[in-house]
Design a binder for this molecule. Structure first.
Ligand code: PEP
Length: 248
């Protein structure tokens, strides 16, 4: 049995007031065997770490630079994220691919440095609406996975997480149906089993794309959906708590 994992991706949202309203109700809950984490903007990582210290709530970052250190103004390194108490780092989110020019090659470099540092990479993959309409979903997600394996080796996904996030479902309110999401998750697990070393059965596969309290339980009930990467709904403590309860 794979443990369920729910991660909240706050994107570029938040304020001190949000930390004060969102985190205390979350800290009062317990979610059984499910792991729950939040990925606030880097500006708030330190404050969130201080608030959640000693609890089972985990911390993740939304991005990291692919270099160890140096003259990269405005960037954040893996060692900084470790010092701040992060456990997870999102990598390859479609917004980073789309707005910040992150290619499969850059994503693979970021994935490699995250993994080397001992942090857990959460590789985000998924197709656009146009790609789905042209029946290219498998090709796109396999290409995104293979780019990481080509760079790192066939054990790339040992101690990593993959989040399947169809681009057409992110922030649109349009969720993949449980059957649509399960189909792709099953394909991904099969592809990993065929191409990677290690145990594809133990690899956590999260679904992301307009997950909310109203649809979380049915998505999380699918055989290959091991949790959720939650954007918009993670900014509302009631919604996020209800999603985490569905995973408990
Ligand atoms: C995301 O950005 O990872 C995401 C899944 O967003 P949303 O839940 O808002 O669709």
């Amino acid at each position: 049995m794979r443990q369920k994992i729910i991660l909240g991706n706050w994107k570029m949202n938040g304020s001190r007031a949000l930390l004060a309203s969102l985190l205390p109700p979350l800290l009062r809950e317990s979610f059984g065997s499910a792991r729950v984490g939040v990925c606030p903007p880097v500006a708030y990582l330190g404050q969130v770490a201080a608030i959640i210290e000693g609890s089972s709530l985990e911390l993740g970052a939304q991005n990291v630079n692919e270099h160890d250190k140096g003259a990269y103004t405005g960037e954040t390194s893996v060692s900084m994220l470790k010092e701040l108490g992060c456990r997870y780092v999102l990598v390859g989110h479609s917004e980073r691919r789309q707005y910040f020019g992150e290619t499969d090659a850059i994503v693979a470099e970021k994935f490699a440095i995250i993994r080397r540092s001992g942090l857990i990479p959460v590789l985000c993959i998924g197709e656009t609406q146009e790609e789905r309409d042209q029946d290219q979903t498998d090709q796109v997600v396999f290409r995104q996975i293979d780019a990481v394996q080509a760079h790192i080796g066939s054990d790339a996904f040992a101690n990593a997480i993959i989040a399947y996030e169809p681009v057409w479902a992110i922030g649109t309110g349009k969720t993949a149906t449980p059957a649509q999401a399960q189909d792709v998750h099953q394909l991904i697990r099969r592809h990993i089993a065929e191409t990677a070393a290690g145990d594809a059965e133990s690899l956590p596969l999260l679904y992301g794309g307009s997950m909310k309290a109203a649809n979380a339980a049915e998505l999380l009930a699918m055989a290959d959906i091991d949790g959720g990467l939650v954007g918009g709904a993670s900014l509302d403590s009631r919604e996020f708590i209800d999603i985490c309860r569905a995973a408990a």
